[in-house]
Design a protein around this ligand. Sequence first.
Ligand code: AMP
Ligand code: GLY
Length: 423
Amino acid sequence: MKILIVGSGGREHAIAWKIAQSPKADKIYCAPGNAGIGEYAECVPIGAMEFEKLAAFAKEKEIDLTVVGMDDPLVGGIVDVFESQGLRIFGPRKNAAILEGSKAFSKDLMKKYNIPTAAYENFDDPEKALAYLETAQFPIVLKADGLALGKGVLICNTLEEAKDGVREIMLDKHFGAAGNRMVIEEFMTGREVSVLSFVDGKTIKCMTSAQDHKRALDGDQGLNTGGMGTFSPSPFYTPEIDEFCQKHIYQPTVDAMAAEGRPFKGVIFFGLMLTEKGPKVLEYNARFGDPEAQVVLPRMKNDIVDVFEACIDGTLDQIDLQFEDNAAVCVVLASGGYPVSYEKGFPIEGLENLKGKEGVYVFHAGTKLENGRFVTNGGRVLGVTATGPDLKTARANAYKAVKQVTFEKAYCRSDIGKAIDEA
Ligand code: AMP
Ligand code: GLY
């Protein structure tokens, strides 16, 4: 088969690596890809939002399957464009990707179908949002409705902060059109867990759990980022919690989308908060997590091409999804200054130390090749994943590996996976 991947981050590198394990994959392309992905795929310089160009490319190269890694093209309707031209593609249509594309939609869906989530109100009028805050309890959470690069969530401790937040989102449009509407919701406390799942419109099969570290600095300090590291599985996600979520969150979400005439095919990523009152949904994403994919996919036993095809064909019930009984930790090596401002173009040293090392995977995010050398080309540069028989060993292996790679102003958190010591 000829397979095209759409995207350019560490997640897409992990997807490309996993697809490359499949005996079915004869040729892999990635648009636009990055320097690391080039090891498994031919990278083509077409942007992820250039749907017509991508579809023309898929026709010209007789691509059998396209896999979309990123949220923007999914929410923008890439799947509809491909399907209308008779092309096979893995991912939700536009009317289902709204599960991630509009937080107001997803909150209303959860309310209508009794799926546990934080109490909330939606607003499209800033004056009404400001008035609502006068009687609210603090801290409180403000969310821009649309996609905002993972940055559209503000946790506000005081009325003044929250009023400023509403103005930033709805009047100053800090997150652009994503802030035309907003959600104001109850602040929840607990541990966060990411559960990714494959969905074929009616059947859902969950992958192993993971936990992200969204803040830039150790001890969960600093600004929110795209994710500074992950571990899998989460020791806090017990079989009892899984049973509850299967019954009250996962299947009900899939059924709700089907009942709304928006059958979901692709990956649903459940961002959960394990609260004292049970698990609740923080957010839905309509794609693999980044860097969750970098710890989940190395543990997956199945041929991922079979799973993609089963989702498209509606035969996921026939797939026995299996994961290794081990653990994985991914440490992201970022450019100093990320997520605010940082320099690019520094040579990356030491990659050869990790090449071919068993149980170690270097997934590139922001890199490019310059005169035959890998150089930094983004905020998150690399994700170094290591596996091990248990989480502590995997964590030790990941930190041992990440120390062998360096570039000017390289930065990583030193406490990825520290939470497992409390399990
Ligand atoms: P989201 O993009 O919706 O996942 O939000 C980003 C991060 O904000 C989450 O990973 C949580 O850490 C935090 N967050 C979002 N909603 C809430 C909430 N209702 N209560 C507490 N923290 C939240
Ligand atoms: N790691 C969080 C996300 O992919 O949204």
